[in-house]
Ligand binder design. Structure first.
Ligand SMILES: NC(=O)c1ccc[n+]([C@@H]2O[C@H](COP(=O)([O-])OP(=O)(O)OC[C@H]3O[C@@H](n4cnc5c(N)ncnc54)[C@H](O)[C@@H]3O)[C@@H](O)[C@H]2O)c1
Length: 224
């Protein structure tokens, strides 16, 4: 009888020791994680603060000389301006746009200034088209260093007046396409251990009504 009692005491002591061990290990692990997180928070906060307070002309600028930059929506208003600035910074500008005619004009303008430019007619919503053209760019121009997702569409209607197909189209062009382009170029950047992806977030390209005064009939009329 007394042996059974001693066994139970030993079991209890062992389980308490086990619990202390597990708790200590968990506490140490959590403390390390918290310490790392705090350090990173401090580091990035300090870096952001210093960069924000440093005037642009005093910052070291990254050289774009010879960098291959894919710019989607390169034929549009913002695209043209970006293309020009990138080209003037000696980047190899690769324009992607669905509007071939306008894109060729942008390319011609860049070439008139003596810059090197390439253009590919790509519908960024078509992922097979994106992957095919990404391979072509790699073969014909080189591995991409910078991807700028700029292609987009704007629907100027108020929210309830936007036809459903336009909502779908907006998501395909402004959101989903970014997944295809990033999937096409990110692996090379990871392999090289460097690269940049710039994506303009364009989810809210419609106007919300000031007051939700739409009648149910109005809302229905905008469906499909
Ligand atoms: N201009 C502004 O003030 C402003 C402000 C905020 C956001 N934006 C967004 O920035 C981006 C560029 O603006 P922008 O003023 O140059 O617009 P834009 O309409 O002049 O240019 C957009 C370009 O994207 C291209 N495009 C559209 N669908 C495409 C597709 N499926 N595949 C490939 N290319 C496609 C168009 O052909 C066009 O050349 C747009 O997405 C716009 O919504 C613009």
């Amino acid at each position: 009888m007394s042996f059974v009692f001693v066994d139970k005491i030993i079991d209890l002591i062992m389980s308490v020791i086990g619990w202390i061990k597990r708790t200590t290990i968990a506490t140490i692990a959590i403390s390390i994680e918290v310490a790392i997180m705090l350090w990173l928070m401090f580091y990035f906060f300090a870096e952001t603060l210093i960069l924000t307070l440093t005037p642009t002309f005093m910052r070291t600028q990254k050289s774009l000389k010879g960098k291959v930059v894919v710019l989607t929506g390169g034929a549009g208003g913002v695209g043209q301006e970006l293309a020009l600035r990138l080209a003037r910074a000696d980047a190899k500008v690769v324009l992607w746009d669905i509007n071939e005619e306008a894109m060729v004009k942008v390319k011609d303008n860049l070439e008139k200034e003596g810059h090197q430019a390439y253009c590919y007619t790509v519908d960024v919503t078509d992922r097979k088209n994106v992957y095919k053209n990404a391979d072509l760019v790699k073969q014909e121009v080189g591995v991409v260093d910078i991807l700028i997702n700029n292609a987009g569409i704007v629907c100027g209607n108020t929210f309830l007046d936007i036809p459903d197909y336009m909502i779908e189209k907006t998501f395909q062009v402004n959101i989903l396409s970014n997944y295809w382009t990033v999937k096409a170029f990110l692996p090379d950047m990871l392999r090289k251990g460097k690269g940049h992806i710039v994506t303009r977030h364009q989810t809210r390209h419609h106007r919300f009504p000031r007051k939700f005064t739409h009648r149910i009939e109005d809302a229905r009329s905008s469906r499909d």
